[in-house]
Design a protein around this ligand. Structure first.
Ligand SMILES: *[C@@H]1O[C@H](CO)[C@@H](O)[C@H](O)[C@H]1NC(C)=O
Ligand SMILES: *[C@@H]1O[C@H](CO)[C@@H](O)[C@H](O)[C@H]1NC(C)=O
Ligand SMILES: *[C@@H]1O[C@H](CO)[C@@H](O)[C@H](O)[C@H]1NC(C)=O
Ligand SMILES: *[C@@H]1O[C@H](CO)[C@@H](O)[C@H](O)[C@H]1NC(C)=O
Ligand SMILES: [Zn+2]
Length: 485
C-alpha cells in the first residue's frame, strides 16, 4: 500500500477488498472486523473496518493487503448500505428503464421513504415510522462505487427501508451496525458432510416420503401467500407490511399442525419476525439440520403490492410442503430438524443474520442448512433446473445437494448460479455448513423479479420445478438427520 494510505490508517476506515478466502480463513484483522461479502458485478468483495486502537491491524493492512479501496467510516446516526446490481439475464436488463444507472439510483436516495408501520421487536405495540417523525434526513455519502455497486451511508432510519426506493434490478444490503468475526466452517463440520455424501445411496423409503409432497396443496398455499386467493387478506409481504405479520402467523399455525413447535422471533424493530419451527429428535442429541426460505418480499417502486410468488413464496411453500408431509406421514428424526422462514432478507439477510449469530453464540451444532430462494421460474424453452451457488456457500454441502438431486429429482439439470446470495450466506459466514437451491443454472431470468406482478398464475411459473427442488431439500434433511416412520 502507498505511504499516503498508511498515513491515514489510524482513522476509523472502511475497507473494500477483493474476496480472498485465504485471508478470511486466518484469524486476523480482516476476519475479526468483518462486515460481509458483497457482489460487485462479476466479482465478490469483502467489507471490513480497520480498528483504531490496534497496532497489529495497522501492520496487517500495510503488509498483507495489496489492493483495497478505503474511506472514512459512517458518521454517528448514519448506517452503511451496500447497493448492488442483481445478476440478471442480459435481455431483461436492456429492456429496463433508464433509471437503472448508478447515478440515477443515487439520486433516488434523496427521495423520502414511504411511511411504514412496523413490528415492535420488544413485543410491545406496533410502531409507526414516518419520515417527519423519525427525523429521516435526505442526503447520502458515497464510500465506494463502481459501475455495478456502491457503498453509501445515510440516515439510519432511512437505511432500513432503502429497498423501497430502488428499481427492481438493484438490491440494497444494510451492513451490520458493528463488525463481527468471520468464522470459517471448521474441518470437523465439512468432514461430517463428506461422510454423509460418501454413504449416500438411493433409499426407496426416502423416495416415497419426498414423493408425497402435494402439488395441488402447494398451489393453494402459494395463492394464499400472494393474495391471489383474496380471502387471505395478504396484499404485501414486505417486511414492514401488515401482510407479513399475517403471513408469519399463518405459517406458524400451519407448521404447528404438523407436530413442530414454532416461535415468532423478532430480530429488529420495524421488521416482521422470523418464524422458527422445530421437530425434536427422537434421541438425545444436539445435532440439528436446518432448512429455510424467506417469506418477506419486494414489490415495484411506489406500489403497495408485493406478492413475492417466486421471490420467495416458492421457497416458503416448498418448506411448508415438507412440513405437511412430515405431519401426514408422522416422520420422526434422529437429529433435531428446524424449519425457518426468515424476514428482512430483502434488506440484506437481516433475519437470518440475527438467527445465525444467535446459534453461533449458543454453540449450536448445525450439521448443515439449505436455503430455498426462488425455485419456481423456468424461462420458456429451458429444461427444469437446479442452480447452486458459485462462490458463497460450503462446497461440501453444495456437492451433497447436487448428488441428492441426481438421485431423487433426476429431471433437474443441475448447474451453477451467479444469483448470489440468500440467507445461507449468513450461516456460512458464521461457520455453519450451508448452501442455497435456486431455479436456474446461470443468472436471474424471471422478468417479474422484485415486481408487483410476481404472481403464481403466470407464464413460466412452474410447479413441477418447485416440487422437484422441494424434493431435493427434503431428501437432504432425511439423509442428513436420519428418520423413522
Ligand atoms: C457425486 O456425483 C458425482 C457426479 O455424478 C459422482 O462423480 C461422485 O462420485 C458422487 N459422489 C459421491 C461421493 O457419491
Ligand atoms: C400422501 O400419503 C397419504 C397417506 O400417507 C396419501 O393419502 C396421499 O394421497 C399421499 N399424497 C400424495 C400426493 O402422494
Ligand atoms: C454434534 O452432533 C454430533 C452427532 O450427535 C456429535 O457427534 C458431535 O460431537 C456434536 N458436535 C458438537 C460440537 O457438539
Ligand atoms: C452437544 O453434544 C455433545 C455430545 O454429543 C457435547 O459434547 C457438546 O458439548 C454439546 N453441545 C452443547 C452446546 O450442548
Ligand atoms: Zn429472495
Amino acid at each position: 500500500m502507498s505511504a499516503a494510505v498508511k498515513a491515514v490508517l489510524p482513522l476509523g476506515l472502511l475497507f473494500v477488498v477483493p474476496f480472498n478466502p485465504t485471508l478470511l480463513s486466518d484469524n486476523n484483522c480482516f476476519s475479526r472486523n468483518f462486515y460481509g461479502n458483497y457482489r460487485d458485478g462479476d466479482s465478490t468483495v469483502s467489507v471490513t473496518v480497520a480498528r483504531l486502537d490496534d497496532a497489529a491491524c495497522t501492520e496487517f493492512w500495510s503488509n498483507e493487503v495489496d489492493e483495497a479501496s478505503l474511506s472514512a467510516a459512517p458518521e454517528a446516526g448514519r448506517s452503511a448500505v451496500w447497493l448492488e446490481r442483481a445478476a440478471m439475464e442480459e435481455g431483461l436488463v436492456s429492456e429496463s428503464t433508464a433509471s437503472d444507472t448508478l447515478d440515477d439510483l443515487l439520486e433516488s436516495l434523496n427521495r423520502p421513504v414511504q411511511e411504514y408501520r412496523g413490528y415492535d421487536s420488544a413485543g410491545g405495540e406496533e410502531i409507526v415510522l414516518k419520515s417527519e417523525e423519525s427525523g429521516l434526513q435526505p442526503g447520502y455519502t458515497v464510500h465506494y462505487r463502481t459501475e455495478h455497486a456502491a457503498l453509501v451511508s445515510l440516515d439510519s432510519g432511512k437505511a432500513l427501508a432503502v429497498d423501497t426506493l430502488l428499481p427492481p434490478f438493484w438490491k440494497s444490503k444494510l451492513l451490520p451496525s458493528t463488525p463481527v468475526s468471520y468464522i470459517p466452517v471448521p474441518d470437523s463440520a465439512t468432514d461430517a458432510v463428506r461422510s454423509i455424501l460418501s454413504d449416500l445411496k438411493f433409499d426407496p423409503v426416502v423416495a416415497s416420503i419426498v414423493g408425497n409432497i402435494s402439488i395441488p396443496q402447494i398451489k393453494k398455499d402459494i395463492r394464499h401467500l400472494t393474495g391471489e386467493d383474496e380471502s387471505s387478506g395478504i396484499i404485501s409481504r414486505h417486511s414492514f407490511s401488515d401482510g407479513a405479520i399475517v403471513a408469519a402467523e399463518w405459517l406458524k399455525a400451519r407448521v404447528e399442525e404438523t407436530g413442530a413447535s414454532c416461535t415468532l422471533a423478532p430480530f429488529l424493530t420495524g421488521f416482521a419476525p422470523n418464524v422458527i419451527c422445530r421437530y425434536e429428535a427422537v434421541e438425545e442429541t444436539n445435532a440439528t439440520v436446518l432448512i429455510s426460505g424467506h417469506y418477506d418480499s419486494r414489490g415495484s417502486f411506489g406500489s403497495t403490492r408485493a406478492p413475492g410468488g417466486d421471490d420467495d413464496g416458492s421457497g416458503t411453500v416448498g418448506v411448508l410442503s415438507i412440513a405437511r408431509v412430515i405431519g401426514r406421514k408422522g416422520v420422526k428424526f434422529h437429529s433435531n430438524v428446524e424449519l425457518a422462514f426468515f424476514a428482512g432478507e430483502e434488506q440484506g439477510l437481516l433475519g437470518s443474520r440475527a438467527y445465525a449469530r444467535e446459534l453461533r453464540e449458543a454453540g449450536a451444532n448445525l450439521t448443515l442448512m439449505v436455503q430455498a430462494d426462488m425455485t419456481a421460474y423456468r424461462a420458456p424453452g429451458e429444461p427444469l433446473q437446479l442452480g447452486l451457488p458459485a462462490r458463497i456457500g460450503t462446497p461440501e454441502v453444495t456437492q451433497l445437494v447436487a448428488n441428492i438431486s441426481a438421485i431423487y429429482s433426476p429431471e433437474l439439470h443441475v448447474g451453477i448460479t451467479t444469483a448470489c446470495c440468500s440467507d445461507h450466506q449468513s450461516f456460512h459466514e458464521q461457520g455453519f455448513p450451508a448452501t442455497q437451491v435456486f431455479e436456474r443454472a446461470g443468472s436471474i431470468a424471471d422478468p417479474m423479479y422484485h415486481n408487483s406482478g410476481d404472481l403464481s398464475d403466470r407464464e413460466g411459473y412452474d410447479f413441477e420445478q418447485l416440487f422437484a427442488i422441494a424434493k431435493v431439500q427434503f431428501a437432504t434433511v432425511l439423509h442428513t438427520a436420519g428418520y423413522e416412520l
